[in-house]
Design a protein around this ligand. Structure first.
Ligand code: PSU
Ligand code: MN
Length: 306
């Protein structure tokens, strides 16, 4: 059951929660369709929604279903996103094309942020943001996540940016774009599979109330940019750093040899990590997302109780 709100299909459950001012957390679907292997991806998608419901939060998984941007999936649509290998990856620019062609697509951080913010959702959990790829000085490969977050008022919980990227350059771009960066009980910028990248964060928050306060001030000042809450994976759940560095070299080299470009790069690198580490990086990836969902739940609850 769904209704049309602001040109999107919004599930009755999500619409009711938003109308009541109760907490909602958006979840993206690219990480389900293209970041995690089938059939585990579906179990994770279901688990993330259940984690939120257990905490009294309404989950809003976002995707494009038969061309329609959709906030809040049911069993059937979630099953299609997780199960159908033909599901495309949609960033913001792909939304009009997907609509015109009636395509079913998973949404990236960028597209999810735009659609969630459009219906009034304030908090979003993902794994790691997209960013500037290594070699971007030649390829210009920079995720649309960055400019989109510059212009989208949402709070995203992420374990920093994926370590497959050029982390220095990504941090510089986040600064250029005016994206507020808050370390969740840390002053080290996390590296997705690793708890730290060795980059210092300017600002550290100690809990959800401080994030909610930052959100309120952002609103009062009329800022349009996102707040990124950087939540490191706990050391005990992280990937071994030597293995990480080794696999990263292999994965980057393979991507280069295959001449991969555009939106194929990130899914290829993540999948190569999963195969080269015999699934260890997959468990870390899932732990990363779970931890971010838990933090997003706290923030959404703090925001709703203001
Ligand atoms: N976090 C994960 N796995 C993922 C992603 C994030 O744990 O697969 C996805 C997000 O959807 C993000 C995308 O927006 O990777 C970045 O892709 P690109 O570099 O092509 O913009
Ligand atoms: Mn790219």
């Amino acid at each position: 059951m769904a209704r049309e709100v602001a040109g999107l299909s919004v599930s009755v459950e999500v619409e009711a929660a938003l109308a009541a001012g109760s907490p909602v957390v958006a979840l993206e679907s690219t990480l389900i369709a293209h970041g995690l292997p089938r059939p585990r991806n579906r179990a994770v998608a279901v688990e993330l929604e259940a984690m939120l419901r257990d905490r009294g939060i309404t989950p809003a998984t976002v995707a494009v279903i038969d061309g329609v941007p959709t906030v809040g999936l049911d069993d059937d649509t979630l099953g299609r996103i997780a199960g159908d290998p033909g599901v495309a990856k949609a960033s913001v620019r792909d939304l009009p094309a997907a609509a015109a062609l009636g395509l079913t697509c998973a949404t990236t951080v960028a597209a999810t942020s735009v659609l969630a913010a459009r219906v009034g959702i304030r908090v979003f959990a993902t794994g790691g943001l997209g960013g500037v790829h290594r070699g971007a000085a030649e390829t210009f490969d920079e995720s649309a996540d960055l400019p989109t977050l510059a212009a989208t008022p949402i709070t995203v919980v992420a374990a920093g940016v994926k370590s497959i990227l050029d982390v220095d350059a990504t941090i510089e771009r986040l600064e250029t774009f005016g994206v507020t960066l808050l370390g969740w009980r840390t002053s080290d910028f996390p590296g997705f599979y690793l708890p730290t990248t060795g980059h210092r964060l300017d600002w550290q928050v100690d809990g959800a109330a401080q994030v909610a306060e930052a959100m309120a001030v952002r609103d009062r000042l009329g800022l349009r940019s996102a707040i990124v809450v950087a939540n490191p994976v706990p050391a005990g759940q992280a990937l071994d750093e030597a293995i990480h560095d080794d696999v990263l070299r292999t994965a980057l080299q393979q991507a280069d040899e295959l001449g991969l470009r555009g939106k194929a790069v990130t899914p290829f690198l993540l999948e190569t990590f999963h195969t080269e580490t015999a699934g260890a990086s997959l468990e870390v990836n899932i732990a990363v997302v779970r931890n971010n969902v838990a933090v997003a739940a706290e923030i959404a609850a703090a925001w709703a109780s203001r």
